[in-house]
Design a protein around this ligand. Structure first.
Ligand SMILES: *[C@@H]1O[C@H](CO)[C@@H](O)[C@H](O)[C@H]1NC(C)=O
Ligand SMILES: *[C@@H]1O[C@H](CO)[C@@H](O)[C@H](O)[C@H]1NC(C)=O
Ligand SMILES: *[C@@H]1O[C@H](CO)[C@@H](O)[C@H](O)[C@H]1NC(C)=O
Ligand SMILES: *[C@@H]1O[C@H](CO)[C@@H](O)[C@H](O)[C@H]1NC(C)=O
Ligand SMILES: *[C@@H]1O[C@H](CO)[C@@H](O)[C@H](O)[C@H]1NC(C)=O
Length: 403
């Protein structure tokens, strides 16, 4: 029955009144963004020389909770200062747009200083990809900065040391059972640091590791319907898959929305670096799943399959997916799909802004979910804000918005 029903429904959808097209929300370029980044940077700078960085806000008052430098999210805020610097270069820094509020590059550099010691002794294991973000940003501004180069290379080698050729992946969480080799979908985001370091050093082994990790993930993490498992467990000694389950999602069979967002971005990025067509088709499948599973209210839930009653949203999944969709759109070889994915990104940003733009909070957005199983949702999140700002800037770069 289903195919017939679908076939009957499709022409109606296509020939009916054209879908309402979302417009880019003006909040993406509002003065509140640089004002909040500047205020947060002051509180980070107050903690020098032992820096602390924002991760999440308290859920009711929207006040940032600072974390020590040795934490997986601490790279995002210094990297945010670099994003605002790039925005100021692109749009001009004026009192009107608020981008004249600080010397963003100086702030990004000063706040990054607290991260450099981590390259030799982080306890964050696989999360070195995120920790390297401000160093990658510094190299876009000054390709000769030795501190930043060293940071990228050491973080990349730390990740490479977690690669197991039998499995074909880098290890995510460590386990007390040495044969239990866990890989989370989030780790598609780490692969960028391998490409960056390979470009600096010419060490192509790092690229080979990235491709192997992506291929193995493509084979095992993605379901028929384009949804994803959060955690795949391999045997470290044989490389066989021994379990597929969730850690942060609703159930082993559900699709955790932020994992799906990491995957969209990760595979679009792999395609951008390698031109391997399978990465493009995989990114499309992941994107199509995300887009078609957003409920009609436009609110991205923390897990697409969690029961709808009192289901928290996850605005960080929404903004990460938006940025991933824009990256996919930029590299898409089919023009109509390129428009489809950028339109979807704009729709998600518009719907997310409508319910989660939060002028009275320290964070830009509310309604992020850090971890439902740990009881942590309805907060601001530093990486949700980071991808929100990045999406706005990319829309300008793509000619789809003006500053
Ligand atoms: C910074 O941390 C180090 C090591 O924990 C400690 O010895 C030092 O007193 C701290 N400095 C400040 C200003 O808190
Ligand atoms: C070089 O980069 C590091 C880390 O990103 C930064 O802390 C430092 O200020 C930069 N140095 C200069 C001279 O710009
Ligand atoms: C390239 O990177 C790999 C992985 O970190 C490392 O084992 C190897 O020694 C590096 N090669 C060179 C020539 O530095
Ligand atoms: C990765 O996958 C691509 C495309 O599916 C294939 O061409 C390539 O040989 C694979 N590389 C490795 C190391 O598995
Ligand atoms: C957004 O968060 C507020 C609390 O900060 C909550 O009252 C509201 O229900 C949340 N909205 C959604 C759609 O989750």
């Amino acid at each position: 029955m289903l195919p017939t029903l679908l076939a009957a429904a499709l022409p109606l959808l296509v020939s009916g009144s054209p879908a309402k097209r979302a417009t880019v929300p003006s909040e993406l370029f509002a003065k509140e963004i640089p004002a909040k980044v500047s205020a947060t940077a002051s509180s980070v700078m107050d903690t020098a020389p032992n820096f602390s960085y924002p991760h999440t806000t308290s859920s009711n008052s929207g006040v940032w909770q600072l974390e020590v430098a040795d934490w997986w999210t601490s790279g995002f805020f210094p990297a945010t200062a670099y994003l605002v610097n790039a925005r100021a270069e692109l749009c001009g820094a004026t009192a009107d747009n608020g981008l004249d509020a600080a010397d963003w590059l100086a702030l990004g550099r000063a706040m990054s200083a607290g991260l450099a010691p981590l390259e030799d002794h982080t306890t964050q294991g696989h999360d070195v990809g995120f920790l390297s973000f401000p160093f990658i940003e510094e190299l876009k501004v000054n390709p000769d900065n030795e501190t930043a180069k060293t940071g990228v290379n050491k973080f990349a080698n730390a990740l490479a040391a977690r690669f197991n050729p039998t499995v074909g992946c880098t290890r995510s969480w460590d386990s007390s059972d040495a044969d239990e080799f866990q890989v989370i979908i989030d780790n598609m985001m780490n692969l960028e640091v391998l490409f960056q370091s390979a470009a600096l050093t010419g060490n192509d082994t790092l690229v080979d590791i990235a491709i192997s990790h992506a291929n193995t993930t493509m084979a095992n993490h993605i379901r028929e319907d384009g949804g994803t498992w959060h955690v795949i467990v391999y045997s470290a000694s044989t490389g066989e898959v021994t379990a597929k389950h969730t850690a942060q999602g609703y159930s082993d069979d559900s699709t955790w929305s932020r994992g799906q967002a990491w995957a969209i971005y990760g595979f679009a990025n792999m395609y951008a670096h390698t031109g391997i067509t399978d990465y493009l088709t995989t990114a499309r499948r992941l994107a199509d799943y995300f887009i078609s599973n957003i409920p009609s209210d436009g609110i991205v839930p923390w897990d697409f399959n969690a029961p709808t009653a009192d289901r928290p949203a996850d605005t960080s999944a929404a903004t990460t997916a938006s940025t991933g969709l824009l990256l996919l759109s930029q590299h898409e070889t089919d023009d109509s799909l390129a428009s489809k994915y950028s339109d979807a990104a704009i729709q998600i940003l518009s719907d997310t802004t409508a319910f989660a733009w939060q002028p009275s909070w320290n964070s830009i957005l509310s309604n992020g979910t850090v971890n439902v199983p740990q009881g942590n949702s309805r907060t601001g999140i530093v990486y949700g804000d980071y991808y929100y700002i990045l999406a706005g800037t990319e829309l300008v770069n793509m000619g789809l918005a003006s500053c």
